[in-house]
Write a protein that binds this ligand. Structure first.
Ligand code: PMP
Ligand code: GLN
Length: 378
């Protein structure tokens, strides 16, 4: 067998989005907005393309964008990342994650991943010969099992991947969680890969606990971010990664041969756009009202839920309707009721002992109302 990833097939996001199209179903599966980004951002992109920005960008990204990223992180989390040496603009968070993993993971290195887990971590570990080691969030409430986590750490543990706010559960790590993680990693050489793509989508007045704001975590962390999530431009595939200079130096060695550089005109547009903090600070309220619209609308339905603490995903429990496996029920909902969602078992769960589906609420209020109408009738 020549495949390096024999278990890997089509992702659940592709599968469910395709099914939604085939079935002409409302698509609340794959996570992307169904509304346009800010016209100002489009205008800035067009201007950059009409200007002199259509050739390669510098390998690590244009300096002006790295400077605004640095200012943003310092103002939000109090930690300074040097724009010259500690920040790389990437082709989405996916590339940042892949590059960070392939920069450090050698055959038989262990990487601890928290399940349910976003789908791009495990294949990136395996294609580099690493061994994913899983710690499962506990029960329907997806509680973090710090004791179980501690037990998985050994001399082969090279890296740990966390994701807060968390896709698909919508859970966030509290300050206490981050302090516990920091304490567990103290005196180890373990690298932390912190996937913070939903950093600006967090609700009910909670504060995003970035790995960058905990000195001992920051000193060992790659932090990955996505402009796609923050500015409603998932198709632009733009993001960035920050890390202390020694880690970033190695990352850039690999980055320059992965992609060399990310899209240049879009970096120009994002530089100007990112200079206005409202463009990302308003996102919490924007998505909180969508979360609330969706959940309120479903009161009186057969679905039950605990409101997401962050991300633009809401898990709905369907155990009052059926105990079918989530993959079976998600297909049936798409075919019979014309609404597509993501089965939670698609996030690296071999078995699900509860019944939950993930719905994306990054949708117009009109789409959400149509979704509610459908789900109330189920
Ligand atoms: N991490 C998580 C948890 C995600 O949900 C996503 C996007 N769906 C990514 C990473 C990838 O981000 P990007 O689209 O910027 O590559
Ligand atoms: N991150 C998106 C989600 O969780 C999917 C992105 C993709 O299709 N790879 O739905």
């Amino acid at each position: 067998n020549t495949s390096k990833l024999p278990k890997v097939g089509t992702t659940i996001f592709t599968t469910m989005s395709r099914l939604a199209t085939e079935q002409n179903a409302l698509n609340l599966s794959q996570g992307f907005p169904d509304f346009a980004p800010d016209p100002l951002l489009i205008k800035l992109a067009v201007e950059a393309m009409k200007g002199d920005f259509n050739q390669y960008a510098p390998m690590q990204g244009i300096l002006s964008l790295r400077e605004v990223i640095s200012e943003k992180i310092e103002s939000l989390h109090g930690t300074y990342y040097h724009p010259e040496t500690e920040i790389t603009v990437t082709a989405g968070a996916t590339q940042a994650i892949y590059t960070a993993i392939s920069t450090f993971i050698r055959p038989n290195d262990e990487v601890i991943v928290i399940k349910p887990a976003y789908d791009c971590y495990e294949p990136a570990i395996e294609v580099n010969g690493g061994v994913p080691v899983f710690v499962q969030l506990k029960g329907k409430e997806y509680k973090m099992d710090w004791e179980g986590f501690r037990e998985q750490i050994n001399s082969r543990t090279k890296m740990i991947i966390i994701n807060t706010p968390h896709n698909p559960t919508g859970k966030i790590f509290s300050r206490e969680d981050m302090l516990t993680l920091q304490e567990i990693l103290k005196d180890t050489a373990i690298i932390l890969l912190s996937d913070e793509v939903y950093e600006h989508i967090i609700f009910d007045g909670q504060i995003h606990q970035s790995a960058s704001s905990f000195a001992d975590l920051a000193s060992r962390s790659f932090i990955c971010a996505s402009f796609g999530k923050t500015f409603h431009i998932t198709g632009w595939k733009m993001g960035y990664c920050v890390a202390p200079v020694a880690l970033m130096k190695e990352f850039q060695k690999v980055h320059q041969f992965n992609v060399f550089c990310a899209n240049h005109p879009l970096q120009q547009a994002l530089t100007t756009y990112l200079k206005t903090p409202e463009h990302y600070l308003e996102l919490n309220d924007f998505y909180q009202s969508k979360r609330d619209l969706f959940n309120k609308g479903l009161e009186g339905s057969k679905f039950t839920s605990t409101p997401a603490q962050g991300t633009y995903f809401q898990l709905l429990d369907y155990s009052k309707i059926t105990h079918e496996p989530d993959t079976v029920y998600a297909k049936r909902l798409a075919i019979d009721h014309k609404i597509a969602s993501i089965p939670v078992s698609g996030f690296n769960l071999d078995q699900m002992d509860h019944q939950q589906l993930r719905f994306c609420f990054a949708k117009t209020d009109d789409t959400l109302k149509r979704a509610i109408d459908i789900l109330l009738k189920v």
